[in-house]
Design a protein around this ligand. Structure first.
Ligand code: ADP
Ligand code: MG
Ligand code: MG
Length: 210
């Protein structure tokens, strides 16, 4: 099936960094309602460091590329999102493996592995009002579309749509993980910042890899 090359994967990450830059005020605004008003600056600092790492070196394999991305995010983002996105990309890279191209099924498996890493790290479940609520529907949609025989482009559009729907569905949720959980009932009625950045990551994937 459709191959995703190392340059495609790099374009995805550059696209994600560009979307974070374009939406950083919005992400921080969302975090000011139910957190500590730093999600946009956290993600922008992390993705700016990732861009510097991409510009500074050649990465021979998906595993090497995503190991660097994950470690850069862990070391440059102070907040909860650093280890969570860092683990996502480290696991994504391990699953993608020591090669310079992966097929659609391997991409879906890598996304699933990344999601499992987020859960291993943060113990979020469906409905806890976190990035999980955007990422899990995206992984499910990607698997479902590919199993039904869809091409990668169509499947990734469906995954990005599912992530945005999952993001929107966080608004009425009561936060059960992270800083927002300290607010209890007062977290209801606000869109989760991490689910919002995760939806941007999936939209960037659909744009770059579809
Ligand atoms: P911090 O809360 O440390 O300031 P950020 O503001 O950068 O970190 O990130 C907050 C986001 O992290 C939340 O909106 C939520 O989506 C996500 N998050 C927090 N805790 C968890 C967790 N345990 N599992 C999954 N995602 C989480
Ligand atoms: Mg925050
Ligand atoms: Mg913080």
């Amino acid at each position: 099936s459709d191959a995703v090359t190392l340059s495609g994967l790099t374009a995805w990450i550059r696209g994600f960094a560009a979307l974070i830059d374009a939406h950083k005020e919005e992400l921080t605004q969302l975090d000011s309602a139910i957190g500590d008003a730093d999600h946009g600056t956290n993600m922008d600092r992390g993705m700016t460091a990732v861009l510097a790492a991409l510009d500074g070196d050649e990465y021979p394999s998906s595993a090497a590329l995503f190991k660097k991305i994950g470690m850069t995010l862990v070391s440059s983002i102070g907040g909860a999102s650093g280890p969570l996105y860092g683990t996502f990309f480290l696991r994504f890279g391990s699953a993608a493996g020591d090669n310079d191209a992966i097929d659609a099924e391997a991409l879906a498996a890598a996304l699933r592995a990344g999601l499992d890493g987020v859960v291993a790290r943060g113990k979020a479940e469906a409905g806890d009002k976190t990035m999980y609520d955007a990422l899990a529907p995206a992984a499910d949609a990607l698997d479902k579309e590919l199993a039904a025989g869809a091409g990668l482009g169509h499947a990734l559009q469906a995954a990005a749509d599912a992530a945005e729907k999952g993001r929107d569905a966080t608004t009425p949720m009561l936060a059960r993980k992270g800083r927002a959980s300290y607010l209890g009932e007062r977290s209801v009625g606000h869109q989760d910042p991490g689910a919002t950045s995760a939806a941007l990551m999936m939209r960037a994937a659909a744009s770059a890899l579809g």
